[in-house]
Design a protein around this ligand. Structure first.
Ligand code: NOJ
Ligand code: CA
Length: 563
């Protein structure tokens, strides 16, 4: 593919509520991000994606927007955002915002008007309304956060549709006026000088217009709505129009959150004339559960399974375009806890091995706040300690499906989105230096041993290694643009691949186990990166023994190293 500026970026994802609290009210804010720009610069990232900061009652922490043009005062005001954009720019860091256009908050003025005036509000057709049947909702579809997708519209016989929470009514994309309102808003933000958008839940915008019932798939008598309300035929027209009316007018980057797209359709999404610059592929992130909304259906997996998913994703994406690679985000549990099964092996080696493994895949790498210091899952003792609406739903649904309260708690401890949303660990002081007052969400207790200050002082820390991982990628065209070729595909515990760019070849080995593993090297190599002691500059032994969780990045000798 033709080179694009956004292929070179290293993106750092910020969950603003939990990053840094500048005014000590327990809630992270925009000024907090600005104050930590030096930290982000020293890490070496080039772009920040900030989760929603718009006005919102925060039922889903900002993914429920009540005014697209205002910021949530808890986060700050427009002056704060302008200052952040400007200061970041001085450091060569771009800002990407979240775009949530599948739904609004029920507190958005459009929906409020509809509530006041259900019969003849001019916003009636902005949402999806249907009459019930015999006292039952229009269909038996389950929303992503549990319960029916249909909620009675007060004082009427009608229901409104929500793919996610009750306070997140879906917009009616069939209505041209709605689409135009949204495009206007998107253009407003792009004009303001942001680099682009991460586009939320975008495959949900088209619903099957027949609104039929389906056979139930759970004890609640409902069925996942994704079968009828995600990536449905006809979505291509909406996505094409969205792009033409907004994104194409700017040289911006768009990262689609587009679950449910089969690989055969990836060309439409990220090909030469695709709807987005890149999209996330969630298949490997959800390998431990039946689906992102069924945490009680645990799935056994091994390294070979993970490898197959990663390489399938990589090779399918390579055929048509470019991908967005991530280990963690605000909807996932922490990667060290998910991918490294034995607690005693969650350490420097496994954290840096995982980091490098994902970083040198073909695509733009994302780092989620805290990943770079090896933050882990927590263990909560009761449901009261959770904030995330989907955790609360999964807890009660698990019990409804026949699990005990203890088992239900176990599932959400493993998978809760709160795992990645706990306040960031800046130092070992109270509340991890995140705030001087009790934060909105309970800390992970291990902030005393896992924190930025301590790792900045330790040259052998995860944080320092992440800096090296980033620096190496940024100076190697081969690691940025090179083709990927999986090797040792059937090996049960070594993940390995080559990156190739013109005459240059880089071979990456990752020992995904706590035992030594032998590899046979077919040439002489320069060592570019090694998470064990860097005492060897070159390796040429026929046999090389990878140490537990070793990451070894090798440049084949004799070729020029593109700097
Ligand atoms: C995906 C977002 O990442 C998630 O946090 C949110 O709850 C849903 N979309 C609904 O907007
Ligand atoms: Ca604050």
């Amino acid at each position: 593919m033709e080179k694009k500026w956004w292929q070179k970026e290293v993106i750092y994802q910020i969950y603003p509520k939990s990053f840094y609290d500048s005014n000590n009210d327990g809630i992270g804010d925009i000024k907090g991000i600005t104050q930590k720009l030096d930290y982000l610069e020293s890490l070496g990232i080039t772009m920040i994606w900030i989760c929603p900061i718009y006005q919102s009652p925060m039922a889903d922490n900002g993914y429920d927007i009540s005014d697209y043009y205002q910021l949530n005062p808890e986060f700050g005001d427009m002056k704060d955002l302008d200052e952040l954009i400007e200061r970041a720019k001085e450091k060569g860091i771009k800002i990407v915002l979240d775009l949530v256009i599948n739904h609004t908050s029920d507190e958005h003025p459009w929906f409020q008007d509809l509530l006041k005036n259900p019969e003849d509000s001019k916003y009636r057709d902005y949402y999806i309304l249907k009459s019930g049947q015999d006292g039952m909702p229009p269909t038996n579809w389950r929303s992503v956060f549990g319960g029916s997708v249909w909620e009675p519209l007060k004082n009427t016989n009608e229901y409104y549709f929500h793919s996610f929470g009750v306070k997140q009514p879906d917009l009616n994309w069939e209505n041209k006026q709605v689409r135009n309102e949204l495009y206007k808003m998107v253009n407003y933000w792009l004009k303001k000088g942001i680099a682009g958008f991460r586009v939320d839940a975008i495959t949900f915008i088209k619903k099957d217009q027949n609104f039929d019932n389906l056979p139930a798939d759970g004890a609640d008598g409902l069925v996942k709505c994704t079968k009828k309300a995600r990536n449905q035929a006809g979505i291509e027209e909406f996505l094409h129009e969205l792009k033409e009316e907004t994104f194409t007018k700017y040289d911006c980057v768009t990262i689609g959150e587009a679950p449910g797209v089969p690989y055969e359709q990836y060309g439409d999404f990220i090909g030469d004339n695709g709807y987005f610059s890149m999209i996330f592929d969630f298949r490997y992130a959800d390998l431990d559960v039946a689906s992102g909304s069924e945490w009680f259906k645990r799935v056994e997996w091994n390294v070979l399974d993970l490898k197959k998913l990663i390489f399938k994703s990589q090779t399918e994406i390579q055929k048509v375009g470019w991908g967005a690679n991530f280990l963690e985000n605000h909807d996932q549990n922490r990667s060290l806890s998910k991918y490294i099964k034995e607690e005693e092996n969650r350490n420097f080696y496994s954290a840096t091995m995982l980091g490098a493994l994902f970083f040198y895949l073909r695509g733009t790498p994302f780092i989620y706040q805290g990943q770079e210091i090896g933050m882990t899952n927590f263990k909560r003792k009761s449901i009261e300690e959770f904030d995330d609406i989907s955790s609360i739903d999964q807890y009660y649904r698990s019990m409804n499906e026949g699990f005990s309260a203890e088992e239900a708690l176990h599932f959400i401890n493993l998978r809760s989105r709160d795992n990645s949303r706990t306040p960031f660990h800046w130092n070992d002081q109270e509340y991890g230096g995140f705030s001087k007052v009790k934060p909105w969400l309970g800390m992970n207790d291990n902030y005393r041993s896992i924190n930025v200050e301590q790792q900045e002082q330790d040259p052998n820390s995860i944080l320092h290694f992440y800096k090296k991982i980033i620096q190496l990628r940024q100076k190697s065209e081969c690691l940025i643009y090179g083709e990927i070729e999986p090797i040792l595909e059937d090996h049960p515990t070594i993940v390995a691949y080559k990156r190739k760019y013109y005459a240059e070849e880089i071979v990456c080995y990752f020992n995904f186990s706590c035992d030594e593993q032998k590899v046979v090297l077919d040439d002489k190599f320069d060592v570019l990166l090694d998470n064990y002691k860097e005492d060897k500059q070159t390796v040429s032994e026929q046999e090389y023994f990878l140490k537990p969780y070793q990451a070894l990045i090798l440049l084949k000798q004799g070729e020029s190293h593109h700097e």
